[in-house]
Structures are given as structure tokens and as C-alpha cells.
Write a protein that binds this ligand. Structure first.
Ligand code: SF4
Length: 159
């Protein structure tokens, strides 16, 4: 996937501020979105998310966005789609086991998280299992409605 704005990922401090601001805007807009109808709003938001987050993060529209907790680095760009990483195969040079010429997504996520005073600590949280039913839905709508967290999937971070 071509990511013309991928360089912005090297400014995670700015990105986490944009994330916080955008989340606040969406939370305020929730009554309006509810009135418009989430499905109707998603028809506009999904293409916008696909375009903007695709250009920066290589977003694959999982619908359960965890960027702020993963160093503003999309875990779905890991060839193994690991939501919690890294795996045990990181090479000595910090590159990927599957694609040797590619830096490990999770090494990048950790390094970027160190430059994120607002959300950087969340890199230590265990991410819940991905709910594939949310694929190609609006992550923003899922975040403000709680759909991203309330997936109905039973799991235990201590297991
Ligand atoms: S975590 Fe999901 S929604 Fe967020 S950028 Fe990656 S694929 Fe897109």
C-alpha cells in the first residue's frame, strides 16, 4: 500500500494531539450523529477514514482503531496482523521476520510511543481480540458508541 503521508508517523507527539482533539470533537458531535443516523454518517466517514488514515498509517479499516495505544503505528500493517507484539521473530537489526527489509511494526510502535506524553503509556496495555465483524466500519463511530470495546468477545488479559 502506498502511503504518501507516512512521514507524519515520525511525529507521534503531534499525531496524538490530533487524535485527542478529534476524539473530543466526535464525542461532542455524538448527539448530532445519532440524530443523523450512524449508518448514514458512516457513509461519509468511512471513505474519509480510508483516505486519510490510509495515506498516513496504511490503515486497513479494521474498525477497532488502537493507534493511540500503539505509538500511532497501525498494528494491522504487521504481516502477522498482531494486535499485541512484537512476536518472537524480530531480527537483531529490528526488522521483521516475515519481510526482512521491513522494520518491525512493533519495534517502531514502541519507539514512537516513547515520544507520546499523552498516550505513550498505553503501549503496555494488552489489546483485546480483534472483532472482524467491524471490518470496513467507521472506527470513530465505533469509538464513541462503545462498539469498539463492547464486542461481546469474552477474553481475559491475564490468560
Ligand atoms: S488500527 Fe485499524 S482502524 Fe486504526 S489505522 Fe490500523 S487498521 Fe485502521
Amino acid at each position: 500500500m502506498i502511503r504518501p503521508l507516512a512521514f507524519l508517523q515520525n511525529h507521534p507527539h503531534c499525531l496524538e494531539r490530533v487524535y485527542r482533539f478529534t476524539l473530543a470533537v466526535f464525542r461532542r458531535a455524538r448527539p448530532l450523529l445519532a440524530r443523523v443516523g450512524y449508518d448514514r454518517a458512516a457513509r461519509v466517514l468511512v471513505p474519509v477514514e480510508r483516505l486519510t488514515k490510509g495515506a498516513i498509517f496504511g490503515c486497513q479499516m479494521c474498525g477497532q482503531c488502537t493507534l493511540h495505544a500503539t505509538g500511532m503505528t497501525c498494528p494491522m500493517t504487521c504481516p502477522k496482523n498482531l494486535r499485541n507484539g512484537p512476536c518472537g521473530g524480530v531480527r537483531a537489526n529490528g526488522h521483521c521476520e516475515v519481510i526482512p527489509e521491513m522494520p518491525c511494526v512493533w519495534v517502531q510502535a514502541y519507539e514512537r510511543s516513547r515520544h507520546m506524553p499523552l498516550y505513550g503509556h498505553e503501549i503496555l496495555l494488552i489489546q483485546p481480540p480483534l472483532d472482524r465483524r467491524l471490518a470496513d466500519t467507521s472506527a470513530w463511530i465505533n469509538a464513541i458508541t462503545g462498539r469498539a470495546e463492547d464486542t461481546g468477545i469474552v477474553w481475559n488479559a491475564d490468560d
